[in-house]
Ligand binder design. Structure first.
Ligand SMILES: [Cu+2]
Length: 108
């Protein structure tokens, strides 16, 4: 009898902690999606440094982020994108905020 009680207590506990874990997971997923939100912009490539993984763009205003037009650096982690990041060219680009930097994830 005692064993059955202990067993059901263990099962009851694990069921509760199991749902708590699932809830935390949902939350993490939501925050990650918010951070990974993709913004789009259009701008002129000023310079591109493949070795450093940095592109300088003079971009048009980006209303979704409340950004005015400006010249700024973006990180580029996918080296293949440098084929399209040719200085003097106007490009449409996608980027995400990653920690404290902006990372270009796509170039058209
Ligand atoms: Cu900017």
């Amino acid at each position: 009898m005692k064993r059955i009680l202990i067993l059901s207590a263990i099962l009851g506990f694990s069921a509760v902690s199991g749902s708590a874990v699932a809830h935390e997971h949902d939350h993490e997923g939501m925050e990650m999606n918010a951070k990974a939100a993709v913004a789009e912009g259009r701008g002129v490539v000023e310079s591109a440094d493949q070795a450093k993984g940095v592109v300088t763009l003079t971009h048009e205003p980006i209303p979704s982020l409340n950004w005015p037009a400006m010249t700024m650096d973006f990180a580029v982690e996918d080296k293949a994108l440098f084929r399209k990041l040719v200085p003097g060219k106007t490009v449409r680009f996608e980027f995400i905020k990653q920690r404290n930097k902006y990372v270009v994830t796509g170039v058209k």
